[in-house]
Design a protein around this ligand. Sequence first.
Ligand code: AHG
Ligand code: MN
Ligand code: MN
Length: 302
Amino acid sequence: MTDPDADVGDPADADSVVEAVFDAVAATAPEIRAALPGRRVESGTENASGESVMAGDLYADELLGDALTAVDGVGSFVSEERETAVDAGGAVGEGAYAVAIDPLDGSSNLRSNNAMGTVIGVYDAPLPATGRDLVAAGYVLYGPITTMVVADEDGVHEEVIEEDDGGVSRSVVEDDLRLPEDPLVYGFGGRVPDWPDEFTAYAREIEDELKLRYGGAMVGDVNQVLTYGGVFAYPALVDAPDGKLRLSFEANPIAYIVERAGGAATDGEIDILDVEPEGVHDRVPLYVGNEGPVERLKAALD
Ligand code: AHG
Ligand code: MN
Ligand code: MN
């Protein structure tokens, strides 16, 4: 775990703040996982994106909010489940960091008992910010086992998160996670009739080449692409040109991770990390994976 006495503000301490953020996320993972069986129902509320919120979303948001705002060096906290940023003390961009999370990504998979996870972005600028302000990003994946993928300036690694009598442990199982050279799988969100014609034509080509792996939770689908190579998309839709995924706490962290693993990520025109948001809940189309399929997608939409 980390040196709690490290004084924040020294650029060298970016690493210790990032480490403390992922310590806090790892520490909450077993508790969130254990709480899911009893929280598979709708909470009856809607979030800032106008989407219905599951009891599991609220629980994860509360637990992670408390844990992350208590981290020395976290100046503000933004969540998919909260309208506005939570002030955590400390001037973001001057030694403190802004953390953006999707507390439970793919929570519609709760009822069907499919994979879901938590997405984290650590920004060195007040939010809304571009992905170029990310200093680290990661996700927890609640699958058959609990894993955590973390990307920072040194690269991407994968950990297994476990809990025993001694507490929660983080074990690195892959210390240099790289996208495989040859794409193998694809997963495209949204309904086919809602896809623009150019995307449909591209999808038909990809369907003839790769294997369909779509599980309904971005973290699970992107983890398949990181593991086997390929492409994931939640595209612009005819009646939703900005797609569904939110830039601050879904697309930017995923783009940061996949690009550091050797892949590419675009909104259809520019690199996801260059998209300039107006608000922290802005949506953006996301196409991410091996450079080949992503470049073909950009040409197809051009
Ligand atoms: P969240 O549960 O955080 O709202 O995210 C769900 C997202 C993302 O995980 C997934 O890729 C997409 O919604 C699936 O959307 P569809 O149900 O339209 O396929
Ligand atoms: Mn999500
Ligand atoms: Mn969510």
